[in-house]
Design a protein. Structure first.
Length: 133
């Protein structure tokens, strides 16, 4: 994470340093294993959340209470985890499309050392947002 602070350097120093940092991190096997593990746990988390939500909906079909006191027993965020999680998932998809996908599969220009110019992805707004695709 300290490597991201290089973006605060003057632009001529920041570009080459940050591009080298990004290329180095993307080639490390340890980072790739952590990333794939993170993707797997995000997917498992989403599947488990869906299973719990569907189970709760089925359990609540036959129980109609005369007095609904859910607001006393739980707060708004806890009752709307499905919506908030979906909102977070949309953000992650957009973020991954604009940055990770561009880095892995896009055509980024090269810097003076031959590294892909990742600084363009991090310091400017994406020209083609995944929202408009």
């Amino acid at each position: 994470m300290l490597g991201n602070l290089q973006l605060l350097l003057p632009p001529e120093k920041a570009q080459d340093a940050f591009n080298l940092y990004a290329e180095t991190l993307s080639d490390l096997v340890f980072i790739k294993l952590i990333a794939w593990g993170l993707y797997a746990f995000i997917l498992l988390h989403a599947i488990y959340a869906l299973v719990i939500t569907l189970t709760n909906w089925k359990a609540g079909e036959n129980s109609k209470y005369a007095n609904d006191r859910r607001s006393v027993a739980s707060n708004w965020p806890s009752r709307n985890m499905g919506f908030l999680g979906s909102l977070l998932l949309v953000f992650l998809i957009i973020h991954m499309g604009d940055y990770w996908y561009q880095f892995k599969f896009g055509t980024l220009p090269l810097d003076s050392n031959g590294n892909r110019t990742v600084v363009i992805c991090t310091t400017t707004a994406p020209k083609t947002s995944s929202v408009t695709r």
